[in-house]
Ligand binder design. Sequence first.
Ligand SMILES: Cc1ncc(COP(=O)(O)O)c(C=O)c1O
Length: 438
Amino acid sequence: MTVPLDLFPDTVRITVGNTLSIGGCDLVDLAERFGTPLYIYDAATIVARAGTYREALRASYPGTATVCYAAKAYVAPWLLKIVAGESLGLDVVSAGELHVAAASGFPMARTYFHGNNKSEDDLAYALEQKIGRIVIDNQDEIARLGLLAAARKITQPVLLRLAPGVEVHTHAHLTTGAPDTKFGLDIASGAALEGVRAILAHPSLELRGFHAHIGSQIRDMRPYRESVERIFAFAAQARDTFGFVMRELSPGGGYAVRYVPSDTDAKGADMVREVAAAVVAGAKKHGFELPEITIEPGRSIVAPAGVALYRVGSVKRGERTYVAVDGGMADNIRPTAYAAEYTAALANRPSDKSDITEVAIAGKYCETGDILIQKVSLPLPRPGDLVAIPVSGAYQLSMASNYNMALRPAVVVVGDGAARLVRRRETYDQLLAMEGAG
Ligand SMILES: Cc1ncc(COP(=O)(O)O)c(C=O)c1O
């Protein structure tokens, strides 16, 4: 088994001492300094991914276009600083994410607020923060937001989320644009047109255009093209019916990344170029000026930048060889929730060729389903070895829990040979901090 270096962050190296390093930092040293489980982000990989999207969009779309990072993949002040520095916008899906963005000084004008059930408090907070766009999901939200904006005597720019009725081939939990979905208003049934009517009737809401996000981990361009075409056809219908002209269009995110060597390569920049071409074609076909577009990649910007580092505690040989590590489903729910696949390398002896064995990497939590990797070939691990799992930067820490009263891991950002602790490991006292006296 060769070490899948191409799945690790751009700066990964095997050192002369046969250890893995990222951003010039030896993972064995990082484990000693900060403990395990440890999440390591390579700043250079994030900057490179963000820049690739920004430049691909700039080169392929003749109109105004912004890359909005989808905070749900992972959000923290240090990350938002990079995102803002790369001139990206931001997509948040909760008042909590919005709060982190506001507290980090992220430009609110470039922030979009999504979500299928924003409460009055959520919306009031967004208005208070003078958020750039609210992406309305449903009729109830139109009424709620209309009243709140009117009471504040402001006109809030909004997009309407459409359910375009496009099927995508990904995990069922990752599709969001199919006819049966909890997100957005359905075009086919006429619900979306009614949504436009209701927004236009509110003087405090300014409808700028439409949004659709069809799912995540998508490799195939066909559903994006179909979605963009359906949005334009719908926009033409809205123009014919109400005289409303779409000026903004957000075709979502969802570009796939490779998690294991057998995954086919997914080139985000190519996908962006195709989305841009689909918008240009749609505008021409339906007689619109080029709308301002925003794309919203989350996973594909941060997933490849992150590595999860665990210490092996026990190796149990039997029908299968179970290598138990000191983390698992509490810091990475994806294998349990979506049957997500990963690969791994031993960070303290990546090039070791001895005793290569197929093993399962088991988490430490009290669930049979807590298996991080079902099958991976490694030099037979021993207690004390370090297991490094690449492509761990998205939807892991953001979904992390205190299951079994686990402490959420520490996070370090590496670059130019330096490691910065950006999130401390939780403590046992913190587990009790929110509890009453009993
Ligand atoms: C509205 C919206 N935009 C963008 C994204 C980002 O998707 P991904 O991280 O797969 O790029 C999501 C994720 O589900 C989403 O719901």
